[in-house]
Design a protein around this ligand. Structure first.
Ligand SMILES: *[C@@H]1O[C@H](CO)[C@@H](O)[C@H](O)[C@H]1NC(C)=O
Length: 83
């Protein structure tokens, strides 16, 4: 299921960006907002989904100490921010 979400998410979000980029009549403020969401989702898939799946499946962290801290910071940022 993660592989399906990974592929569909990357392809779908890339197609959203490509559509707005190629068709000039689609360059509206609303579509730029949607592209913004697509780019954010693209990065969540790359930086959160992919490392988590590799980690869960193999129970090994392959990417070193620095990326361990950085990736986990991005994933858990919402819990670290306090008011
Ligand atoms: C560009 O998008 C508009 C809708 O916003 C559509 O009517 C038009 O056919 C599209 N043009 C191309 C070349 O796909």
């Amino acid at each position: 299921m993660h592989a399906v979400v990974f592929v569909v998410g990357l392809v779908g979000n890339a197609l959203v960006c490509a559509a707005v980029r190629r068709n000039h009549s689609m360059r509206t403020v609303t579509n730029y907002f949607i592209v913004n969401l697509a780019v954010a989702d693209f990065m969540v898939i790359l930086f959160c989904l992919a490392p988590t799946v590799a980690w869960d499946v193999t129970e090994t962290w392959f990417m070193g100490t620095a990326l361990c801290k950085i990736v986990l910071y991005f994933q858990l940022e919402e819990f670290l921010i306090t008011d």
